[in-house]
Design a binder for this molecule. Structure first.
Ligand SMILES: Nc1nc2c(ncn2[C@@H]2O[C@H](COP(=O)(O)OP(=O)(O)O)[C@@H](O)[C@H]2O)c(=O)[nH]1
Ligand SMILES: [Mg+2]
Length: 393
């Protein structure tokens, strides 16, 4: 398991992460060189408005069903002990991504049956990439890269898949970043994202894996909006055997965060992971709540939270872009975890996110089992999503 980076590389990566953060912030302020704060505000409101619409159409039903559903706390995912070999993991990744790769590989096979790489074929390839959720910009970039040196030549589907995997790997490699880029105790991780994306489950899975690695983990049930969400995290805590800081439903999440950090420091925890609410219906409240949590944590420890991880659900496809934009306006996201890649043909969205935002991807979820959450590996992902086997290295 490679959640903790190589000690030798620590300083280098910390500096890199810090400069990335600065670059990221700078990009936020001047995305096109000459954007005024007012325009930026306008853009943020537009994104927010877009999200509200999408929230109304896509997410509210899901959220409502969560509220009404019996507490998921009662039925956390079963523990699945699986062989921890690279090959075993790749096989699961490949099968998890089979809906996505089936779409891509099938489409490529249809386009390139003993055919020259002419303009028609390229247009069809570009269209296929767009329908596989790689997004128009990434699709155009990939298609251009494939055309280079191959235009008007006889190609096979297999060659195209391999070339595509190589190009996708180039896009993904810069975002393959470990979750821990600085040395801190406790290392404080704030988990944010829309309701239902997998925040609580991901905290549970990570907590279990860190505990197995001998780390002392503490959890904080910061989604104080729903009693079921608190109960769900408590069940994970019991399973992991780690303390869970929680307050009653409706309690102030920032106060809870402060107390949790206090206790984590006092008890010498290695990692403190905080859950948060993800109600999009009231964006102003959510923004206020998240920024207050961060402010309060900073007051206690200026370097914390060390990671603010946005959990994105791959099944929403391109809507993940709007979610990322919205949360970036709310808090200083430091990286992503993309979940539910197993249940969707939209795995290409991870590539378009990487290409557009260059935001670190720490881990991916390809199922509900503990071991179905893994550190993100660019080369593996690139090959699995076009249905190729692992690179032999
Ligand atoms: N298939 C699949 N389901 C997942 C994955 N990650 C989370 N889930 C499920 O998504 C649902 C919502 O997760 P939850 O952690 O409660 O979301 P939260 O509202 O963001 O905290 C749960 O049923 C999880 O088991 C994943 O990688 N694959
Ligand atoms: Mg939750």
């Amino acid at each position: 398991m490679i959640w903790f980076f190589n000690k030798k590389k620590k300083e280098e990566q910390a500096t890199e992460a810090a400069s990335e953060q600065v670059a990221d912030n700078a990009a936020d302020v001047t995305p096109a060189g000459e954007v005024t704060p007012d325009e930026l505000q306008g853009a943020a409101e537009e994104v927010a408005a877009e999200i509200t619409e999408e929230a109304t159409e896509e997410n509210i039903a899901a959220e409502a069903s969560q509220v009404d559903a019996p507490a998921p706390a009662q039925t956390p995912a079963p523990l699945m002990e699986k062989p921890d070999t690279k090959q075993g993991w790749f096989a699961r990744l490949k099968s998890g991504l089979s809906l996505s790769s089936g779409k891509l590989a099938g489409g490529i096979a249809d386009i390139f049956t003993k055919r020259k790489l002419d303009q028609n074929a390229l247009d069809e390839l570009e269209e296929l990439l767009i329908t596989a959720d790689l997004g128009p910009a990434t699709a155009a970039k990939l298609t251009a890269a494939i055309a280079k040196n191959r235009f008007d030549k006889e190609v096979t589907g297999e060659e195209i898949r391999t070339a595509l995997a190589d190009e996708i790997e180039k896009i993904l490699t810069p975002v393959e970043k470990p979750l821990f880029t600085i040395d801190a105790k406790p290392f404080v991780i704030l988990m944010v994202g829309v309701n239902g994306t997998g925040k609580t489950t991901t905290i549970g899975k990570l907590g279990q894996q860190f505990t197995r690695e001998g780390k002392k983990v503490m959890l904080a049930a910061g989604d104080t909006f729903r009693a079921a969400a608190v109960a769900q995290l408590k069940v994970w805590g019991e399973r992991i055997g780690c303390p869970v800081m929680a307050k009653d439903e409706g309690a102030d999440a920032a106060a809870l965060a402060y107390e949790a950090l206090d206790r984590a420091e006092a008890e010498g925890a290695d990692i403190l992971m905080m859950d948060t609410a993800g109600r999009l219906q009231n964006k102003a409240n959510l923004m206020e709540e998240l920024s207050k949590i961060v402010r309060v944590i900073r007051k206690k420890n200026a370097a914390a939270p060390h990671a603010i991880v946005l959990v994105l659900d791959a099944t929403v496809g391109q809507n993940a872009h709007s979610q990322l934009e919205l949360f970036k306006e709310m808090v200083a996201i430091t990286g992503l975890i993309v979940t539910k890649l197993d249940g969707t043909a939209k795995g290409g969205v991870l590539v378009s996110l990487a290409e557009r935002f260059q935001m670190p991807v720490h881990a991916i979820g390809i199922g509900e089992g503990i071991d179905d959450l893994r550190p993100f590996a660019a080369a593996d992902y690139a090959r699995a999503i076009v249905g190729l086997d692992a690179a032999s290295d």
